[in-house]
Design a protein around this ligand. Sequence first.
Ligand code: GDP
Ligand code: MN
Length: 387
Amino acid sequence: MKIHEYQAKELFKKYNIPIPEGSVAFNVQEAQAVAEKLGGYPVVVKAQIHAGGRGKGGGVKLAGSREEVAVIAGQILGMNLITHQTGPEGRMVKKVLVEQGLNIQKELYLSIIPDRATATVVIIASEAGGMDIEAVAEKTPEKIIKVYINPLVGIQAYHCREVAYGLNLAPETIKPFTALLSRLYALFVGYDCSLVEINPLIIIADQAVIALDGKVNFDDSALFRHKDILAYRVLDEENPLEVDASKYNLNYIALDGNVGNMVNGAGLAMATMDIIKQAGASPANFLDVGGGANAEMVENGFRIILSDKNVKGILINIFGGILRCDILAEGVVQAARKTGITVPVVVRMEGTNVEEGRRILSESGLNLTTAVDLKDAAQKVAAIVKG
Ligand code: GDP
Ligand code: MN
């Protein structure tokens, strides 16, 4: 799950990570009121969307007066902000963060993520932070430093010093920086994050460090432990089909291909997406209906796949274990009756009660193509979507 910058900064505050003064605003009047309270101009007006690259897209601007706040907040609120992370369709801006404008001496990059390859937590940092960090990583990777932390041992003073020295910090900055880094690590672990990122982490005149930006992503599987984070959820920033699927406990992720697929088991779903690719087509989604799915879940999964306008064909690949083939078949038939199938469907089904499942499908009168195995199924659905 993702949250907004202003929400990430609320968490930073809770962990004593320094942030600029400011508040979120939902309209121009509120933005002006926040600016007036900050006690001096310039202030910065920042679009709040679940995507980065806002600065370059025109979503972060300095305002030098009360009047200018009105003009800039008026431009940003309601704009369709397009950044390299939103895709060409952009995101509608519904709120802005208004903060004190600070004098920046240096912009650093700092993040913490899990590193799957080493099964550790990695701190990534760079003294060349700011809006061009992607170019830094690509062209001068030696300017990116990484420090790996065994999660069982946790962050130690020497880890913090290693990062601080790698960033060539001034001696006065080392203490506030290392304190900030260990608090950021505590936040990362405390909230089961999949990412915490500060870009830029700025150094100001007296060598203090301040988190000028903030991005925090959470491991969805651990959200049940963090009810306060669930309150941060902004449904209209999420993919509507994914929101719908989450109501039915379906593991659904929207992708950009045109073969919808419904599979039981995450591993089988990954294999199915691979084989769709090998057959020359592209998956429109990942959908694991789960081992214990019932007919209603199958029906909802089917309805969600069908409501994706890009879907030109559907592949159902079920290995009947706990989810028996007859239950699946009933779900498909119910969904087809209620929603009406608008695209061709290929079914590959094996396992418990497969004969019963096949009988239900063949007696349903639906226009389904059956496949003998996974490869056959993928080739059939690929041929369909290619027209
Ligand atoms: P992003 O582009 O979505 O990552 O948004 P950021 O919050 O990182 O802001 C983009 C850039 O705006 C930063 O890298 C800064 O250079 C600039 N910026 C943001 N706040 C201030 C500020 O208070 N003062 C100044 N001078 N620049 C700022
Ligand atoms: Mn940023």
